[in-house]
Ligand binder design. Structure first.
Ligand SMILES: C[S@@+](CC[C@H](N)C(=O)[O-])C[C@H]1O[C@@H](n2cnc3c(N)ncnc32)[C@H](O)[C@@H]1O
Length: 234
């Protein structure tokens, strides 16, 4: 059973306010290459993306970590664009880029719908880290469609998802089901819980080039990093 359009609108509104609040205390500071090390499979994937892509889009960039890392660790990026509905996150990322002289990077405030204003097939690489699994399923359907339009054939999609929620974790974290595979915590949608295989299935026309898992917290459950390559012709 799926939510009605008005429910989705309200869920997204609450979500955006929640994330904007998360980013409200950030203080921008200078970052440079030496500040970012490859210390997990996500960093390695960001480096590899930055070594192979001139243009990168980071959707739901938050404080911009993934885009900064791909730009600074990789050798090839000349243009990086980050978008996020959170004003606090975008202000932080913009100011960090300005202070750090990272001229090729720009940040735009807005949710996935602003992607409609961008030129089709204009990015070699797209990052979507921990976004598809924290928004309503129907919203992620729209987002997936839009990012597919923006990625060049042969381009790379770097997806990151939180750990799969077992029944034990659902109980331990105090998560509450709001529809099939969708959970909230403290009233906020925090997990669309699909297996890695089920996420990959949502990208027909893509070739799987990498799956990795790693413990974000030592001995904790494993986050998932997936790289997909858009086929040259579908
Ligand atoms: C878990 S955070 C991930 C931030 C960042 N990508 C990272 O990996 O650290 C989820 C982000 O998705 C953003 N977001 C929420 N709804 C969105 C939407 N409809 N379109 C794009 N981004 C969205 C939030 O503002 C938030 O910054």
């Amino acid at each position: 059973m799926h939510h009605q359009t008005s429910d989705i609108h309200n869920l997204n509104k609450t979500l955006k306010a929640y994330w904007n609040d998360v980013f409200k205390t950030l203080i921008p500071e200078v970052i440079n290459k030496d500040d970012i090390k490859v210390s997990n499979p996500l960093d390695q994937a960001l480096k590899d993306l930055g070594d192979s892509s001139e243009t990168i889009l980071d959707i739901g960039t938050g404080q911009g970590y993934c885009l900064f890392a791909a730009f600074l660790l990789g050798t090839k990026v000349t243009k990086g664009v980050g978008i996020d509905p959170s004003k606090n996150a975008i202000d932080f990322a913009r100011e960090t880029a300005r202070l750090s002289d990272l001229m090729g990077l720009s940040f735009e405030e807005g949710d996935h719908t602003i992607l409609q204003n961008m030129t089709n097939a204009s990015f070699d690489g797209i990052i979507c880290s921990n976004v598809l699994d924290v928004i309503p399923y129907q919203t992620s359907e729209e987002l997936i469609h839009m990012m597919d339009n923006l990625l060049k054939p042969g381009g790379i999609l770097l997806l990151k998802f939180n750990f799969y929620l077992t029944d034990e974790l659902i109980k331990k974290l105090g998560m509450e089901a709001i529809e099939e595979n969708t959970y909230r915590m403290n009233g906020i949608l925090r997990g669309v819980n699909l297996t890695t295989e089920a996420w990959i299935k949502r990208f027909p026309g893509y070739e799987l080039i990498r799956i990795e898992q790693y413990e974000r917290v030592p001995n904790g459950p494993k986050d998932r990093v997936i790289m997909l390559k858009k086929q040259l012709c579908k």
